[in-house]
Design a protein around this ligand. Sequence first.
Ligand SMILES: [Zn+2]
Ligand SMILES: [Zn+2]
Length: 317
Amino acid sequence: MSARFVLSVDVEGLWGLFFVRSYVAEPTAAEAGRSALPRLGTMLAERGMAATFAFVGHLFHESCGPWEGTPHPEAPRPVYPWYERDWYGDDPGTDESRDPLWYARSHALAIHAQGHDVGAHGFAHAILDPQHVPRDVADHEMRSAQSAAAAAGLPPPRSFVFPQNVIGHVGALAENGFTCYRDTDGGLPVRAGPPGGLGRAASLARHALAAPPFVGHARLRDDGVVVLPASFPLLGRDGLRRVVSRSARVARVAKGLERAAREDAIVHVWTHPHAFTSDAAFADLAAVLDLVSAWCEHGDARVMTMADVADEVRRDG
Ligand SMILES: [Zn+2]
Ligand SMILES: [Zn+2]
């Protein structure tokens, strides 16, 4: 028995942040994410590791518009009680050279060329909370991510990561070409709304104390879609998160690998490029990846992408 280690990275530009307006007014987080992404891809490739990079589908475009009125008028809009503006209202209708936080085709192609699994994280990062969002929005998010990937010359994305980890309209995935998605951490429910402070202190304590993480097994649904378990996010070093020491970060992954090896399970960590705003944050990741490398060299772990796991589960049943 060996542990399986999966890393998935949600690549968002401003699409994953704009609904908290301060991120648009002061886009340092999105800019940091943009500059961190190539380094993340390279750090993994240097170690012979492949990860899943789930891009917001709009980022596969190298340009859109220009729009005379509403951007992407054909797109059904998600409407939430906590957001008043048009969901596409910030779309600049330009291109990657002018607005690299809204378009990132060159990055998606580079990540693909490094051998990583390029998946989708919606098209416009609509949060697919079935209470507020009808099925046509989910279909549009998934279908448009596929067509934007095709237009970029990428293979059809198979891995889907739900924005904000809010799982909804799962039945739309298979029809739109996806073979797997990332479940919530530990399969626990996630609040459908903008980022908030609820539960953050408790979560930070679990990181700081290197609490043994959830590990799980992939599950095949009747429609052929594979549900990937998720363990916990790799945190950045901004704000309070810097109290989590490097040794605690590495120890938590080590505990996950130990548990996954015992249970023939998957430890699945995930993160965002904008978590990597400093050399210290990259060094944290390097320490984690070196640990995983050592496990692989001893034959005790395998690094897999989400799509790899889906292939294995669909093959073996
Ligand atoms: Zn656009
Ligand atoms: Zn996101």
